[in-house]
Design a protein around this ligand. Sequence first.
Ligand code: NAP
Ligand code: MG
Length: 485
Amino acid sequence: MANLEYVGNYINGEWRLPVDREVFNSVNPSTSEVLGAIVLSNSTDVDEAVSAAKQSFRAWRLVPAPKRADYLWLLAERVQERRDELAKLMTLEMGKVISESYGEVDVVIQFCKYMAGEGRRMYGQTVPAGSPDRMIMTVREPVGVVACITPWNFPLSLAAYKMCTALVAGNSIVWKPASDVALCAKLFTEIIDSCDLPAGVINTVFGSGSTVGSQLAEHPDVSVIVFTGSTEVGKKLAKQAGYHLKRIALELGGKNAVIVLADADLDLAAAGIVRSAYATSGQRCTAASRVIVEASVQQALEQRIVALTRKLQIGNGLDADVHVGSLANNSQLATVQRYVKIAQDEGGHILCGGHRLVMEPWQTQGLYYSPTVITDVQRHHRIAQEEVFGPVLAIITAQDYEDAVAINNESVYGLSSSIYTNSLHYANRAARDLESGLVYINNGTSNAEIGLAFGGLKQSGNGHREVAYQAFDVMTEWKTVYTNY
Ligand code: NAP
Ligand code: MG
C-alpha cells in the first residue's frame, strides 16, 4: 500500500494531520480494494476546527450576502471543471453507477447556483407600523458555527445542500463527512479551498461519528447541527442538541411506498417502481421499499415488475452498461441479507433476487446483491415497517384506495409516497391524505428537484426542510428592527 493516500483535516484554510495516528480505510465496495485512509480525529482536532470557524464568523457575517454568494458561483464553476474526477471517485468509493454519480455532481453545480441566487433574496418582511414616523421590519441573521454531518449515500450533494445554505446565510461551517466516503470529501474540500474563501469559514474534520460527530453536537461553540443519516443517530443528536439548546435539522430514514390503483397505467407504474427501488442499490432515503397494490391488478403488476427487475445489469458502477452497482459497505450487505431472511420467515415469497451475487473473477470481492422482489407481505411484517436501505421491494395487497392510504400511513416514517392512478379524484385525495413530506403522482418515490422543500414527516425528520430556501429557518435567526424617524 505504498501509494495509499492519507487524508488529514482541513482547518483554518490549511491541511493538518490529526494529533492521533489511528486510521480508517476507505474501500472500493465493488472490488474491496483499499483506496486511501483517513487519520481519525480526536477532541483536540474538533476544538481547533470549531475555534477556526468561530473566529472566522466575526468577519464573515459582515460580508454582504451577494458577495458571499459570489463564492458559490465560483464553486459551481470549479466543480464543473472537475466533474469527471468527482463522478469517478464517487463510484469508486461507494459503488453507485457512474451515471448517477454524474447526476449528483450536476445537482451540486445547480444547487450552488440556486443558493447563490438567495444571496440577493433571503427575504424578510416590512409591514405597516402602528405608530407614526416608524419603520418596522424583520431581517435574517446568521447564527454562528454550523456543524454539517453527512452520510455516504450522496457524498457530495447532501453536504452541498447544507454547506451552501449555511454559507450564503453568513454562518461558518465544520463538516464531518461519513468516513466511508472520505476521499470524495477530501476532493470536494480541495475544490472549496481553490475558491479562496476566508480561512476558517469552511473546515472539514474526518473521524468516526461516535467521536467527532458526537463532540461537535456537544461543543459549546457549535450553534446549529444539520444531519442526514439514520433515525437512531438522529435521535441521539436531537437529545444532545435539546440539552444544549442548539438548533438541529434532521433528515432521516423512510419506508417509502408506491400505491398502485386498479385504473393505473401498469407499465408506467412498474417502470417507476423499479427505478426508485433499485437506484443507488436502494440506498436512498427516498427509495421505494413498499408497493401497495389493489388486489385486482396485483398479479399483472408483479409480472411487469419482475420482468423489468430481471433485465437489470448488476456490476461495477464504472461500467456504463451496468444499471445497479454494489452496496456501499459490509454492514449494508449484512443488513440486506438479514432482512430478506426475516421477510421469508414472516411468510413472504421471493419473486426474484434474494441472494448475494458473485461476479466473474475480477469483481469477486464486490458487495453485490440481486434486486429482490418479495410478495405476500402483510402490513404488520417487519419488512413492511422497517427501513432496509437496500435493493429489496415488499409487495402488500390493498382492498381499495382507503385501505392503501391507511397502509401507507401505518409507517413510523413519512418521507416519500407515490400513487399511480388515472383518476383526478384519487390523485388529489392522495396528495392530501398521504402522510409524507413528498408526494408523487404517476412517478416513483425519488425524483426531487432543487428549489422545493425536501424532508419528511414523523420519524423521517424533525420538521425542517432542505434543498430550498426553507432551510434558512434553521440556519438563520429572525431579528425584528423598529426604527422611529
Ligand atoms: P449513520 O450511522 O447515521 O451515519 C451518518 C453520519 O453520521 C456519518 O457521518 C456518521 O459518521 C455519523 N455518525 C454516526 N454515529 C454518530 C453519532 N453518534 N453522533 C454523530 N454522528 C454520528 O448512518 P450509516 O451508518 O452510514 O447508515 C446506517 C443506516 O442509516 C442506513 O442503513 C440507513 O437506514 C440510514 N441512512 C439514511 C440516510 C438518509 O439519506 N436518510 C443516509 C445514510 C444512511 P461515520 O459513518 O463516519 O462514523
Ligand atoms: Mg467505501
